[in-house]
Every structure is written in C-alpha cells, then in structure tokens.
Design a protein around this ligand. Structure first.
Ligand code: KG4
Ligand code: ZN
Length: 351
C-alpha cells in the first residue's frame, strides 16, 4: 500500500491528510481560521499566513495520528504549491520540503484547482468507487475559481470557460455581506435559502453572449446590492444608500438569499448545458460551492436528463482539504511527476 501525506495551505484552511493509492482516505484534518477573518468579511493574507504557521504542525501530527501511521510509513509528501496566497503557500511548501527531505521520500507539487476536480474520486469507506468515465466535463466552483474544462484524464484538462470577474464562491460571500450574514457566506446562504422563496426577487441570469462559456457574477451581486439598499443618495463623502439590510425582515433576508442562490444555480446549469460536448461521458464537480445543496440537486437532475454520469465530491472534500492533494498526487507519482527541493510557490493555476 502506497501512502501519501498531503498538505494544503493555499488560503485560510490548513489541511493534512493521508491517502492510499486506491484513493481511500485514512485521515483528513482541516483547521479553519474563519473566526480570524470574519470581522473583515474576507481573508486577510497576512493574518492567514501567520495562522497557517501556527496550525500546520499540529494538523500534520493529528493527520498521522488519526491515520495511525508513523512518519516512517509515509511513501511521499504532496503539497498544494499553486494557486493561492503566496504567504500561505510558502508555509505548506516549506514544511513539505522539510518532511520529504528528512524522511527521504519523494516530494510532489500539486495544482490546487486540478486537485479539486479529483476530489470526487476519494473514498471514505472500503467500498470501491467506479472510476470517472472520460472524456468528462469538469466544473470547479470555489472561492477563487469558476472554470469549465474538457477533461480527458485526471491530468489532462483543457479550459473551456471561466469567470471574467468574481468567482462564484466570492459572489456568495459578497452577497452574504450585503444581506448581513457574515463570512463565509456560501454555507449561510445555502442554509437560509431553504426557508426562502426563490421567486421573490427578480435577479438577472448573467449568461454573457449566446455561446459564451465564460461566467460573470459581479452584475448579479450589484443587482442584489441595489435591491437591499435602494438607490445611492448624495455625493462624495456623504454618499450613502437609502437603506441597508438592517431594515429587512427575517423573511425578506431568506427570500433574497433564495433568489440569489437560484439565479447563480440557473446560470451555472445553463452553462453546463452549453458546454456538454459530443461523446462527453461524465460531469465532474469540485470546489467549495459544489457543497451547495441546490447546485448538487440541480446538477444531478441535469445529469439524468442528459444521460451523463455525475460525480460530486463527498461534502468533506468540497471545500479546501489535503485529501484531494494527496489523492491527486497518486496520479502524478504514477506519471513519474515528482518535484525536488526547488519546487516554487506560484500564485496562478496551471490550468
Ligand atoms: O474550495 P474552497 O474551500 O476555497 C477556494 O479554493 O477558494 O471554496 C470556498 C468557497 C467560499 O466562497 C464559500 O462561501 C463557498 O466555497 N461555499 C459555498 C458552500 N460551502 C462553501 N457556497 C455555496 N454553498 C455552500 N454550501
Ligand atoms: Zn479550493
């Protein structure tokens, strides 16, 4: 059995996990820093990297403990080295280099976005999952990325379209701030939307021009802002809006959350319909927003209608985690793609 220790520190989550070559997850530990960033309604890079430094070693030790393996039993160390916040990435990459060097095992540098798309293959039980049928349509929906790919294999991705402004998770987070729901907004909107009326507020479906596979969410966010705050009043320093979320009733907040979520999901599903290509055998999702309950439901019915197999990650592997890093590293190692101690940190994705 080949065991890979994965490390993930690209943003504000610190993750470590142990995964074997069947993609069976032996342990998956994630420390979040949400409470540190909540008052700023978004991630503050300097705070994130400091917290990564504090959290990393305890998280790695706990992942080894929960997997019940000694460090000497690890066959390779994998780390997300791109894309992400440079200060946060450096912490994970430096630790992974030190561990790989001291254990005398290969180091594997993994692209975080590519890893999100392999999260659907991870297994939490011994029941084997069927491999993803390729070619597939891949959709990564996270706080930093919204991208569609033609996927010929786990490491063979061709970009078909992506957001030209906000990522979909970022749009959820900003919408939550507008509605006074705090950070991170995605899960809170998802929760509240269950009790709201998605038809209550007419919001645009930003589809761009007829055949475009790109996304745009900033206009939708602004439409919600005006619906909540009314018109801007005054100019310069005294400029303000007519009202804000504190004047909304609980019922209205739930209705607005449900309407926003419906507009986002409608848009994403329409793009999937446009992007399906002849011979496409499956649809694979990944990223934090693939945890969204309405998106999961709609994507599953889209798959049924289009007769395409749909692969969604387990809830634990949607948001940032190290199991997806370790799982993807198995595919890289099988290709002989190990790094050395010069592995760089890079702010952008390879795909
Ligand atoms: O993949 P991820 O952990 O980080 C990035 O790689 O960016 O995604 C985080 C994003 C956040 O924007 C968060 O609000 C969103 O995923 N998210 C959700 C849900 N759970 C997390 N968005 C909508 N519904 C959810 N249930
Ligand atoms: Zn991510």
């Amino acid at each position: 059995m080949t065991l890979i220790l994965g490390i993930e520190t690209s943003c504000d989550e610190t993750g470590a996990a142990v995964v074997d070559e069947r993609r069976r997850v032996w342990s998956n530990v994630v420390a979040t820093q949400h409470e540190l960033h909540e008052r700023y309604a978004g991630v503050v890079p300097e705070i994130a990297s400091r917290a990564q430094l504090e959290n990393l070693l305890p998280v790695v030790s706990e992942a080894l403990e929960r997997a019940n393996v000694q460090p000497g039993r690890i066959d390779a160390v994998a780390v997300g080295h791109r894309p992400g916040l440079i200060g946060s990435l450096i912490v994970g990459v430096a630790a992974a280099k030190a561990l790989a060097w001291s254990l005398g095992v290969p180091l594997v540098g993994v692209d975080h976005v590519e890893a999100h798309l392999s999260a659907a293959e991870l297994m939490t039980t011994d029941a084997p999952t069927t491999p993803v049928p390729y070619p597939a349509l891949g959709l990564v929906v996270s706080g930093g990325h919204t991208s569609l790919y033609r996927v010929e294999g786990p490491r063979d991705l061709t970009l078909l379209g992506r957001t030209i402004d906000d990522a979909v998770g970022e749009a959820f987070d900003k919408a939550a701030v507008i509605l006074g729901l705090g950070y991170p907004g995605g899960p809170r909107i998802d929760q509240l939307a269950r009790t709201g009326d998605p038809g209550a507020l007419a919001l645009p479906r930003p589809l761009l021009h007829r055949d475009s596979l790109d996304f745009s969410f900033s206009g939708l966010k602004t439409a919600l802002l005006y619906a909540v705050r009314g018109k801007p009043v005054g100019r310069g320093k005294g400029a303000r809006f007519e009202h804000d979320h504190t004047q909304l009733t609980g019922r209205q907040v739930a209705d607005f959350a449900a309407s926003f979520q419906r507009a986002v999901v409608d848009t994403v599903v329409t793009k999937l319909g446009r992007a399906v290509f002849p011979g496409c055998r499956s649809l694979v999702l990944g990223g934090g927003v693939s945890a969204n309950s309405e998106l999961r439901r709609r994507v599953l019915s889209f798959g049924e209608e289009s007769k395409i197999s749909v692969r969604l990650p387990d809830m634990a592997y949607c948001v940032d985690n190290a199991a997806m890093i370790a799982g993807h590293a198995h595919a890289q190692l099988a290709d002989g793609d190990a790094a050395d101690l010069t592995l760089p940190v890079i702010a952008t994705t390879r795909v």
